[in-house]
Design a binder for this molecule. Structure first.
Ligand SMILES: Cc1ncc(COP(=O)(O)O)c(C=O)c1O
Length: 456
């Protein structure tokens, strides 16, 4: 029996009715990838209010790597609701906050002494990483990357690259943010090829300090180890080590944004481990809470202690129930085989996707690390012109056939996989079969259009 069950065409009547209420009550700026309304979710499956069952390859944008309603997480939440929900850690602290900080200090890469602060969202974590870095270095500048995404608050929008829909119309942004190209080898800004490029893009940071902003004015470089919204761009294995060498030489801190790449997504607890790096500060969110909102900033003790007492915090930041949920998530990663599973899923996807690539030139690149996998779609493999319309059609086909996918990339031409790592082999193959049919359908339509133009 298939996991996908569509009882109505989608969206069904109940989702449609909710969509109408939403249009009247909620601003259009909050977009939605699909118009179905969720009734329940379990593992890698979603059920909507009309009783339709979907395979979820989006996982709440990477927030449920351990699966929807992971039993350990649900149990921890239930238990805490019997004790207390919220007191505000700045008024009357509690043990779960301290225990979670201790665990993350231990688990994040680097054997040096560390401290951890908790906040509510990824953007808030990035904001606080910038505050801490500035307070420690007493320098204002932050260097971010092209195609980066760090959030939707004003500072994080300054750090984010993509203009539409994120930044356009919301200026002015905070100053002292400088942008350099990322190691996006498929679209190399310097038209070089790895490895003969000898990581020119990482070494070029030296040049930035000469021609763009003096190193003594720069607090930190912030980077996603694998770009998330930017299209799952996966730099070469030695890229970050080279980049960090340049940072260290100039006493510039390195902040790793592991908000999307963390918690097993790349086949290790953190993508930084896959690159063999020890960031000075790491920001985490999304799957840390197993479905509840919580984010963390872990860094070298002396850096984290730079702001004076009262300089950091927030009313709900490090909420007790969220801390307990996060502790349950860390237990899962200690006892479960989720990292291994991420690698298996990634390898399986790569095997199938490379076969598709032989058939359909629309697939410009298959790339990823662990289960953080993507297809970059192009109109022609020679020109590499992005194919955003085709990407939308593929996501729409998948959705109409019971698979939830989301796109990414500065050009909107990347299909990315963020499925819960507990997805079964059968569910994964069922979802990939649908993705394959979607690619086939879009490619055949393109072919027919091309033939009709030639035949005219
Ligand atoms: C790498 C990265 N940083 C920061 C953020 C912002 O996180 P949040 O949406 O929780 O504010 C995201 C969200 O997608 C992200 O992927």
């Amino acid at each position: 029996m298939t996991s996908i069950q569509l009882k109505t065409s989608v969206p069904g009547p109940k989702s449609k009715a909710l969509g109408q209420r939403r249009a009247a009550a909620v601003p259009r700026g909050l977009s939605h990838a699909t118009p179905i309304y969720v009734a329940r979710a379990e593992g890698a499956m979603l059920e909507d209010v009309d009783g339709n069952r979907f395979i979820d390859l989006a996982g709440g944008i990477g927030c449920v790597n351990m699966g929807h309603r992971s039993p350990g997480v649900v149990k921890a939440i239930h238990e805490q609701t019997e004790r207390f929900l919220h007191t505000c850690v700045q008024v009357t602290p509690y043990e779960s906050y301290v225990r979670l900080a201790e665990r993350l200090n231990e688990l994040t890469p680097g054997k040096f002494p560390k401290k951890t602060l908790f906040v509510n969202t990824g953007a808030e974590a990035v904001e606080n990483a910038v505050k801490v870095a500035r307070a420690y270095t007493k320098r204002p500048g932050i260097i971010a990357f092209e195609d980066a995404f760090h959030g939707r608050t004003m500072m994080t929008l300054a750090l984010t690259s993509k203009t539409h829909p994120y930044k356009a119309g919301f200026q002015p942004f905070p100053a002292e943010v400088y942008r350099i190209p990322y190691a996006y080898c498929y679209r190399c800004s310097y038209s070089l090829k790895y490895p003969s490029c000898e990581l020119y893009c990482a070494r070029h940071l030296e040049d930035t300090f000469k021609r763009v902003v003096a190193q003594e004015g720069v607090a930190a470089v912030i980077a996603e180890p694998v770009l998330g919204e930017g299209g799952f761009v996966t730099p070469p294995p030695d890229y970050f080590q080279t980049l960090i060498e340049v940072c260290r030489k100039h006493n510039v801190l390195f902040i790793a944004d592991e908000i999307q790449s963390g918690f097993g997504r790349t086949g290790a607890l953190f993508a930084s481990e896959r690159y063999g790096i020890e960031p000075d500060i790491m920001v985490m969110a999304k799957s840390l809470g197993g479905g509840l909102p919580i984010a963390a900033i872990t860094g070298r003790s002396e850096v984290m202690d730079a702001p004076i007492p009262g300089g950091l915090g927030g009313t709900f930041a490090g909420n007790h129930v969220s801390c307990e949920a996060a502790l349950a998530v860390l237990d899962l990663f200690a006892h479960d085989q989720l990292n291994r599973r991420a690698n298996e899923l990634g390898e399986h996807f790569q095997r199938r996707a490379r076969e598709w690539q032989k058939l359909w030139p629309i697939i410009g690149e298959v790339r990823g690390l662990g289960a953080m996998q993507a297809l970059e779609l192009v109109r022609s493999p020679e020109t590499r012109e992005p194919a955003p319309d085709e990407t939308k059609k593929i996501a729409q086909y998948c959705y109409e056939h019971g698979v939830i996918t989301i796109s990414a990339g500065s050009y909107g031409n990347v299909i990315r996989l963020l499925m819960p790592l507990v997805i079964t082999d059968q569910q994964m193959d069922e979802a990939l079969d649908i993705l394959q049919s979607a690619l086939q359908s879009v490619c055949e339509t393109r072919q027919q259009v091309a033939e009709s133009v030639v035949g005219r």
